[in-house]
Ligand binder design. Structure first.
Ligand SMILES: Nc1nc2c(c(=O)[nH]1)N[C@H]1C(S)=C(S)[C@@H](COP(=O)(O)O)O[C@H]1N2
Ligand SMILES: [Mo]
Length: 321
């Protein structure tokens, strides 16, 4: 394996084990247990989770370049990452999302990028996979008070924005999830203004920590985690990390997210992780890390203050919550 620095949050792609090496390692493991050339071949063709009946009691996962994040916190086990989810389009029961989303069709898939840009473009999911993919090990803190550490695979959103070239009027980026009630029964529920929408200020969207994720634990995203492409902004509450994106627009006005529309008093646009700003119904000063027993302190900007505090200089974070 490669020698790794523990200091970097963003491990440059040159330093992580590229996917084909994960796959050949997996092939080796499979081979050693009587596994299969077929699995390796299908994996190389980009198939999702190569689960061959009989050889795997559990989904494999575990293909990460490190076992801890840059603070020394252990990665959340793969099985937890893929079995405890928030994805209201399928169900509000976190433990049932995986089963309900299992047949979600993510191919073909296109993401339309437009609005105030010089080069609007429709990307096939394969076009997005062609951006240099890196591993990013990030903490994810849900506004409900639980958290995980997840090794994502993806690429900085800034690289996509550089291609479409926001024009001088663009101030915000607006993201939209697929709207397809036939596949997503939760979208029949009238309590929410579907489709799911989220937004970032342009400077937040351009920040190097902000990625479009296409995978986790060295594999493609499972449907329950937002396949085939979702946003990850690690210093904000989890709900900003919009799943299964089909549209990205550069806009002039602050987008109204689904959660702002549902309850603006409780869910602001910024949603920066902040232990000092209470949710109206609970404290945000501690969190339950999935897999741990004791609650732990929630960190300002989820532990990324050094990287992102500058984005909010001079802003009142109590008003801009
Ligand atoms: N489209 C969509 N995106 C979504 C959600 C959702 O319900 N629908 N839930 C959000 C919330 S509240 C969280 S905490 C994270 C959960 O991501 P995970 O299931 O991959 O851990 O996804 C976010 N993205
Ligand atoms: Mo969340």
């Amino acid at each position: 394996m490669l020698a790794k620095k523990r200091t970097a949050i963003a491990i440059p792609s040159s330093e992580i084990t590229p996917k084909h090496l994960y796959l050949s390692r997996r092939q080796f493991i499979k081979g050693a247990t009587g596994g299969a050339a077929f699995l390796a071949a299908s994996a190389l063709l980009g198939s999702c989770r190569p689960a061959e009946p009989g050889t795997e009691a559990e989904p494999e996962g575990g293909q990460a370049s490190a076992t801890v994040d840059e603070l020394g916190d252990p990665l959340t086990p793969y099985r937890n990452v893929i079995s405890y989810n928030n994805y209201y389009e399928f169900t509000t029961d976190k433990e049932s999302v995986a089963a309900r989303a299992a047949n979600f069709s993510t191919s073909p898939w296109q993401v339309e990028v437009g609005g105030l840009v010089n080069n609007p473009r429709v990307y096939d999911i394969d076009d997005l996979r062609r951006f240099d993919q890196e591993e990013r090990i990030y903490r994810m803190r849900c506004v409900e008070g639980w958290s995980m550490v997840i090794p994502w695979i993806g690429f900085p959103l800034s690289r996509l924005l550089a291609e479409v070239q926001p024009d001088s009027r663009a101030r915000y980026v607006r993201f939209e999830t697929l709207h397809d009630p036939d596949q997503m029964p939760g979208q029949m529920s009238r309590g929410y203004p579907w489709p799911y929408v989220e937004g970032l200020r342009l400077g937040e969207a351009m920040h190097d920590l902000t990625i479009l994720a296409t995978g986790l634990y060295g594999d493609n995203l499972p449907p329950q985690n937002g396949a085939p492409v979702r946003l990850v902004v690690p210093w904000k509450y989890g709900f900003k990390n919009i799943k299964s994106i089909v549209r990205i627009d550069l806009v002039e006005e602050m987008p109204i997210s689904l959660w702002m529309a549902v309850n603006p008093r409780e869910y602001g646009f910024y949603a920066n992780v902040n232990p000092e700003v209470r949710h109206p119904r609970w404290s945000q000063s501690t969190e339950r890390r999935i897999g741990e027993v004791q609650r732990r302190a929630t960190l300002m900007f989820n532990g990324y203050a050094e990287q992102v505090a500058g984005l909010y200089e001079g802003m009142d974070l109590r008003l801009n919550f």
